[in-house]
Design a binder for this molecule. Structure first.
Ligand SMILES: CC(C)(COP(=O)(O)OP(=O)(O)OC[C@H]1O[C@@H](n2cnc3c(N)ncnc32)[C@H](O)[C@@H]1OP(=O)(O)O)[C@@H](O)C(=O)NCCC(=O)NCCS
Length: 177
């Protein structure tokens, strides 16, 4: 279970083993874009999208570096009409570092930031077949002893003629601090 002490760190940046967890800057955009290209089934957005996220939403996003190489990131923001919610847009961890708790640590690090103290729900969308993403959110809910809900948000037909799966909205919370 997460406690206040688990969530609150003195700095926004933290270091775990050889990995550093920090706010992204625009210079990280190309590496984040390249990582997404290696992380199926993520949608590869334009490079411009990652540059803007780093430039405007750095305080709600995070990158993980291993020896100056970006090996993980979360892009997230607070939806204007849901100020108590951190919406996680994309989570990516380099394949060679998966299964070591890095994605969960990224979310916990974000939740510990002073600017996110008022968020008590975490949301993200998931394709029905993405078990890793669903497990991440379920595991977070288990650690926080809070609810996990999942409901359709965008049916497959909204994505046009291709073979894009539907997107379900996952919601975890309330996270007690
Ligand atoms: C999803 C992803 C970010 C998870 O990263 P990770 O660092 O390996 O995840 P963690 O090690 O923090 O695991 C978190 C929890 O999810 C579970 N989990 C992770 N990968 C899993 C998998 N493939 N199958 C089942 N459970 C999985 C872990 O067991 C853990 O739960 P636990 O602590 O209760 O045991 C990573 O697999 C990835 O980058 N995938 C490709 C991109 C993607 O699909 N992103 C998510 C959609 S935005």
């Amino acid at each position: 279970m997460l406690t206040g002490n688990d969530l609150i760190t003195k700095q926004d940046d933290c270091v775990s083993n050889n990995l550093s967890f920090r706010n992204p800057v625009a210079n990280d955009g190309p590496a984040m874009h390249a990582l997404v290209e290696r992380c199926k089934p993520l949608d590869v957005n334009s490079l411009y999208c990652y540059l803007i996220l780093c430039e405007h939403f750095s305080s709600t996003c995070l990158v993980v570096e291993d020896n100056n190489e970006v090996v993980g990131f979360i892009t997230a923001y607070i939806p204007p009409e849901k100020r108590d919610t951190l919406f996680v847009w994309q989570v990516a961890v380099d394949a060679r570092l998966r299964g070591q708790g890095i994605a969960k640590k990224m979310i916990r690090t974000l939740l510990s930031r002073s600017n996110l103290m008022r968020t008590s729900y975490i949301e993200g969308t998931v394709n029905p077949s993405n078990e890793a993403s669903r497990s991440l959110f379920k595991s977070l809910a288990k650690d926080c002893s809070c609810a996990f809900d999942e409901d359709l948000i965008f049916p497959a037909k909204m994505f046009g003629e291709g073979d894009h799966e539907q997107e379900n909205l996952m919601r975890v919370g309330p996270v007690i601090r």
